[in-house]
Design a binder for this molecule. Structure first.
Ligand SMILES: Cc1ncc(COP(=O)(O)O)c(C=O)c1O
Length: 394
């Protein structure tokens, strides 16, 4: 039988059963309980190297910054830290503290926060972080507190719509970044406070796929135009957002094409390109294991009830991402039903997957929700007094 589209080293079907990092997924679930996040810690290093290699091939002078919020499991962080050449993208003072505790030096951390408060500044300004400022008011605040500091400007290239849900940059105003029409004013505020602007940062939004590469490169092109107005430019940070193939019909961005676009627009600036992968680094290295508790047909729709909910796994509900689900004991069996995965939170929106095709499911079966390595636990809540899911790194 042909391997399922999602199988790869570390996520395989052996004798019909799902294996993660060489371990039988159902056995892991029985040993550790569910709901459970399981991470294959090798995968993050493989993904970061794939990206770095593509940038290298395209001749882009670069540095990777792992988006801390995507996964803060100690084993994942230690794997990244050991690579030695990957810094951190942080967006809150607590992320900075956690990154410092995990062994990064402040100089290796880039901070790009939004709605910066005075309390945030109290905590971050004492550290020699790379600081990207995303609004005129924040620029005034930082400038009046530490004139002479070196900073970057988070801009909004005003390009970047690629999905029905709002993206971080685009023509429709978002809270993120300094738009081109205020860029000159931002430089003026920086000059007034003697701030040294050395970098440009933008983040278009997350989860874009191969077909969105031209949109991303258009945003890079616009960012390059703005970066040209900075006399002592040291870096252009292009954010994260590289999407992962979530369902068979998706086409993941071609990394060489990604890197070649960066080379085309940014190499003429003789600058360092910073990339902040989150999902790309960790998403496909994790699965979320849940137990099936019952199967019911209601109004013609089959609902497979599971003992987990969006309080523990919010991604499908928050971002409406499609979700691939695998029956662990029969991972390559042909589908017998189309169903929705109904969680145990008392909200109609608590569907962890929709229209998924599965073999016959029985009470007690363990289901694996793939591509769960990014953002899951960070978004968890105790809604309905349901507990968070445990995490296991292999
Ligand atoms: C500024 C910034 N950089 C990087 C990322 C990481 O994005 P992704 O996980 O889509 O790669 C985010 C995510 O929100 C972000 O806001």
């Amino acid at each position: 039988m042909a391997s399922p589209w999602w199988s790869r080293d570390g996520l395989e079907v052996r004798d019909g059963r799902l294996h993660i990092a060489g371990h039988d997924a159902e056995e892991i679930a029985h040993e550790h309980g569910t709901p459970l996040y399981v991470y294959d810690s090798c995968r993050v290093e493989i993904n970061l190297r794939r990206l770095a290699d593509a940038l290298e091939r395209a001749g882009v002078r670069h540095r990777l910054l792992f988006a801390f919020k995507a996964n803060r499991h100690p084993a994942i962080l230690s794997r990244i830290r050991k690579m030695g050449n990957v810094g951190i993208d942080a967006c809150s003072p607590n992320e900075v503290s956690a990154a410092l505790e995990a062994g990064w030096q402040a100089e290796e951390i880039s901070y790009t926060g939004t709605s910066l408060s005075r309390q945030d500044l109290d905590q971050i300004l004492p550290h020699p972080l790379q600081l990207n400022i995303d609004s005129l008011s924040a620029l005034e605040k930082v400038g009046s507190r530490c004139p002479g500091r070196t900073i970057g400007l988070r801009i909004n290239p005003g390009v970047g719509e690629y999905s029905a849900t709002p993206t971080a940059s685009g023509t429709k105003p978002t809270k993120f970044g300094i738009y081109p029409d205020q860029f000159e004013q931002a430089l003026e505020v920086a000059r007034r406070h003697e701030l040294h602007v050395r970098g440009i940062h933008f983040h278009m939004g997350s989860g874009w796929l191969h077909d969105e590469l031209p949109v991303f490169h258009a945003a890079v092109c616009r960012a390059a135009e703005m970066a040209r107005r900075i006399t002592e430019l040291e870096y252009v940070n292009v954010g994260g957002g590289i999407g992962v193939r979530l369902v068979e019909s998706h086409r993941a961005p071609d990394l060489d094409a990604y890197a070649e676009g960066l080379a085309k627009h940014l190499n003429p600036l003789h600058t360092t390109v910073l990339c902040e992968p989150g999902d790309f680094a960790v998403r496909d290295g994790g699965v979320f294991l849940v137990e099936a508790v019952g199967v019911d047909v209601k109004g013609g729709t089959t609902f497979v009830g599971v003992a987990a909910g969006f309080n523990a796994f919010a991604i499908p509900v928050l971002y409406q991402d499609p979700q691939e689900v695998v029956l662990c004991r029969a991972a390559d069996a042909p589908p017998a039903l189309t169903c929705a995965l109904a969680g145990h939170i008392n909200e109609a929106t608590d569907l962890l997957a929709d229209e998924c095709r599965l073999p016959e499911v029985r009470e007690g079966d363990i289901l694996a929700l793939l591509n769960a390595g990014g953002y899951g636990p960070g978004l968890a809540s105790h809604h309905c007094s349901r507990p968070h899911a445990a995490r296991l790194a292999l």
